[in-house]
Design a protein around this ligand. Structure first.
Ligand code: ADP
Ligand code: ADP
Length: 230
């Protein structure tokens, strides 16, 4: 059965119809591209899945259960995490704090123990092949590409059911870093929604693609076999 089901979703901003009727199913472990011109409604759909925007109508289900996230943290607690195009990191906090907060207290590590925080942030950075990043550095001191990598790594840490990647390669020169991580997450059965303007990436990475136009999902196509590399 579907990991994520979106049915007839609609959302308007005042008189502007951002989403008219979007219907979309994601299978477990599938990388599903979301394509569409500027203004098609991609950002609004991402925000609805991420708990930032409340849809006016329609349904969202995760593994068969009604899903109505009220905030980014609420979405995360349902196993849905998003790497935002505009990045959602807190610039004045350290890399470690951005990676570990606010989940840290729940795991009982405690905020007072800065060294414990940094040690486990170091482990996370190593796991994501980001050892060159100092966990105690302020987020704002990192190069844009490293900020984007941290945004992606943090989303991957939390996304047990659905990972949303919104233009994840905008600042990345080395897409292979991202692709190998995506494939590992896919292998664990997490569904991935991949928003990109770069059709070469979509062909190389995605199993299916859905096209949005004027707030409607107008077509879903199978990309299996589209790339010789897979
Ligand atoms: P994208 O690269 O995702 O197409 P956009 O440039 O369309 O980004 O939008 C950037 C941000 O501005 C999004 O968060 C979107 O929701 C918001 N936005 C887009 N159009 C408007 C608008 N007319 N009024 C206010 N916010 C808008
Ligand atoms: P995309 O990400 O595909 O560019 P968006 O979801 O950003 O599409 O935008 C869909 C439509 O909704 C566009 O007409 C956009 O201008 C409008 N829109 C998006 N966000 C807002 C907002 N916060 N306020 C008003 N209009 C918005």
């Amino acid at each position: 059965r579907a990991a994520v089901e979106i049915g007839s979703m609609g959302k308007s901003y005042g008189p502007t119809v951002a989403l008219d009727s979007v219907t979309l199913d994601l299978r477990p472990g599938e990388v599903h591209a979301l394509l569409g011109e500027n203004g098609a409604g991609k950002s609004t759909l991402v925000k609805a899945l991420s708990g930032i925007v409340r849809p006016d109508r329609g349904t969202m289900r995760i593994e068969g259960r009604d899903y109505r996230p009220r905030s980014i943290l609420d979405a995360r607690s349902s196993g849905v995490a998003t790497a935002f195009q505009e990045l959602s990191l807190l610039p004045n906090l350290s890399v470690a704090e951005n990676l570990l907060l606010p989940r840290l207290p729940k795991r009982g590590l405690g905020l007072s123990s800065a060294s414990a925080t940094c040690r486990s942030a170091e482990e996370i950075l190593a796991r994501f092949d980001l050892d060159h990043i100092d966990p105690s550095a302020p987020m704002a001191s990192l190069a844009l590409a490293d900020r984007q990598r941290i945004e992606i790594a943090r989303a991957m840490l939390h996304a047990t059911r659905l990972l949303v990647l919104d233009e994840p390669t905008a600042a990345l020169a080395d897409v292979e870093w991202l692709f190998s991580l995506v494939r590992a997450i896919q292998a664990k059965g997490t569904a991935i929604l991949y928003i990109s303007h770069r059709l070469g990436e979509v062909r190389a990475l995605c199993d299916r693609a859905t096209v949005l136009r004027n707030g409607r999902s107008i077509a879903t196509v199978d990309l299996a076999g589209a790339s010789d590399a897979r």
